[in-house]
Write a protein that binds this ligand. Structure first.
Ligand SMILES: [Ca+2]
Length: 175
C-alpha cells in the first residue's frame, strides 16, 4: 500500500480514537459541576493572595468536588509526559493539564500560576509555572501536573508551603 494512503488511514484512525476516547471519559465520570462567576473566584483567592495579579478570561467557571478531582487526576496522563527543558517543561505541563480538563470535561477552573519555587524554605530553585484548582467547596489546591502532587493552600510562618517546598505566586490566569 502506498505510504500516502497508509498515512491518510493513520490520521483518520488516530482522530477517531481520540474522539471516541473523549466521549468514553465524559460518560464514565458523570460530572455535575456547579457554576460560579469570576467575581466569586476572586473572592475565594483574594484572602490568600491580596496583592497578586489574577486574570479571568471567562465570566463563569465550573467547579467540582475534590474527590472527583482526585479521580480525574488519576486517569489523566499529563504526569506521564517526559520533562524536556524548554519544549515540554513546567509551563507546558501546566497549560496541557488545564487544557485537557477543559477539552475533555468543560472544566475551566484549573488556573495557571506563575511564581517562584524554593527547595525546602531557603534554597531558591527558579521561577516556576504550575496549577491551582478551586473545588466546589471553594477550597484552593495547588497542583503540580508533572508529578500529580496536590496540596491545599496553607501559609506556615508567612510562607506558602506545598510538600515542604516554599512557593511564591506572582500571577494567576483562569480560562
Ligand atoms: Ca517551556
Amino acid at each position: 500500500m502506498p505510504d500516502e494512503i497508509v498515512n491518510q488511514i493513520s490520521k483518520k484512525i488516530g482522530m477517531l480514537l481520540i474522539d471516541n476516547g473523549m466521549r468514553f471519559l465524559q460518560q464514565a465520570f458523570h460530572l455535575a459541576p456547579i457554576k460560579v462567576s469570576s467575581a466569586e473566584i476572586n473572592q475565594i483567592l483574594r484572602p490568600y493572595f491580596p496583592s497578586n495579579n489574577i486574570t479571568h478570561l471567562d465570566g463563569f467557571y465550573h467547579l467540582i468536588p475534590i474527590n472527583q478531582w482526585r479521580e480525574l487526576i488519576a486517569v489523566d496522563w499529563t504526569d506521564t509526559k517526559k520533562w524536556v527543558l524548554d519544549f515540554f517543561d513546567c509551563d507546558q505541563f501546566s497549560n496541557y493539564f488545564s487544557a485537557n480538563m477543559a477539552m475533555f470535561y468543560e472544566i475551566n477552573s484549573v488556573g495557571r500560576v506563575y511564581g517562584k519555587l524554593w527547595k525546602g524554605t531557603d534554597q531558591f530553585v527558579d521561577y516556576h509555572y504550575f496549577n491551582v484548582i478551586i473545588d466546589s467547596d471553594k477550597k484552593i489546591w495547588f497542583f503540580e501536573p508533572a508529578s500529580d502532587k496536590m496540596s491545599e493552600v496553607a501559609y506556615q510562618g508567612g510562607m506558602l508551603l506545598i510538600g515542604g517546598n516554599r512557593y511564591e505566586c506572582i500571577s494567576f490566569v483562569f480560562g
